[in-house]
Ligand binder design. Structure first.
Ligand code: ADP
Ligand code: MG
Length: 253
């Protein structure tokens, strides 16, 4: 997408779980080359919002459009194929395989043949393509020195970057990251921040669910603040930090 193009349009989305409205008419947008942070206390509805965008959960009402096309109602796999890629809060890997193998194995090929099937047909063009792509994405985010390390030996920081490389293999225009900084040391967070800024500068759009306020304030262009399923406010990090509602409800000051 061209820089500034509307990539994600979340329009009054709502999710009810029985009598509980977990997400209550939330609207926000993400443009190409923008990092948007989705923040709020536990139970605010962040994960549910994430799952509504990726099609893991179905909407009660509202619409989600990706690059001008309505994607709400499509199955998760189809939304991923359109170019919406995500990481999970808990790293998924095969510890005794290498980093490169782990990324290649998880490199979803925008939905064509199953990756596992492609890998079983050894020496297939598809397998070679997957490994090339995995290596390219790992090198892109500074993981080139880890290609042949056993994934299980990685520290938490490189593990999270491995997850991001895997998500990038699907060639997404929108990356959704679920608490990528959880459990990271300061230096690892700084490395992660550098990678996120780099991806943004390359035109990627990122939706970041994250508890670490330092990271959020450092890298996000725009923040969406949720509380009890509703949109408390949204704005630049500076605006959010000054907002009395946010200070009262969330920052606790
Ligand atoms: P957050 O990620 O901001 O901590 P969640 O989106 O996980 O919040 O949850 C929002 C609310 O919805 C919470 O009250 C939670 O208990 C409820 N909730 C989440 N998922 C389900 C579900 N599958 N069934 C019923 N209630 C749910
Ligand atoms: Mg959550």
């Amino acid at each position: 997408p061209a820089l500034g193009e509307l990539v994600l349009d979340v329009d009054r989305i709502r999710k009810q779980f029985g009598g509980l409205t977990a997400v209550n008419d939330i609207s926000f947008q993400i443009r190409a080359g923008q990092i948007v942070g989705l923040i709020g206390p536990n139970g605010a509805g962040k994960s549910t919002t994430f799952n509504l965008i990726t099609g893991v959960l179905s909407l009660t009402s509202g619409t989600v459009s990706y690059r001008g096309r309505r994607v709400s109602g499509l199955p998760a796999r189809a939304i991923a194929r359109e170019g919406v890629s995500r990481t999970f809060q808990h790293v998924k890997m095969i510890p005794d395989m290498t980093v490169l193998e782990n990324v290649a194995l998880g490199a979803h090929t925008r939905g064509h043949k199953g990756v596992a099937a492609a890998m079983i047909r050894t020496n297939s063009d598809e397998e070679r393509r997957l490994f090339r792509e995995a290596q390219r994405q790992l090198e892109r985010i500074g993981m080139g020195e880890y290609l042949h390390e056993q994934a299980g030996n990685l520290a938490m920081g490189p593990q999270r970057l491995m997850e991001i490389a895997r998500a990038l293999c699907a060639d997404p225009a929108l990356l959704l990251l679920d608490e990528p900084a959880a459990g990271l040391r300061h230096k690892e967070k700084q490395a992660l921040a550098g990678v996120l800024r780099q991806l943004r500068d390359e035109g990627m759009s990122i939706l970041l669910v994250e508890h670490d306020m330092d990271l959020v304030m450092q890298v996000c262009d725009h923040l969406v603040v949720m509380e009890f399923g509703t949109l408390l406010t949204q704005g630049t990090p500076e605006q959010i930090q000054q907002d009395p509602k946010v200070r009262a409800a969330y920052l606790g000051t």
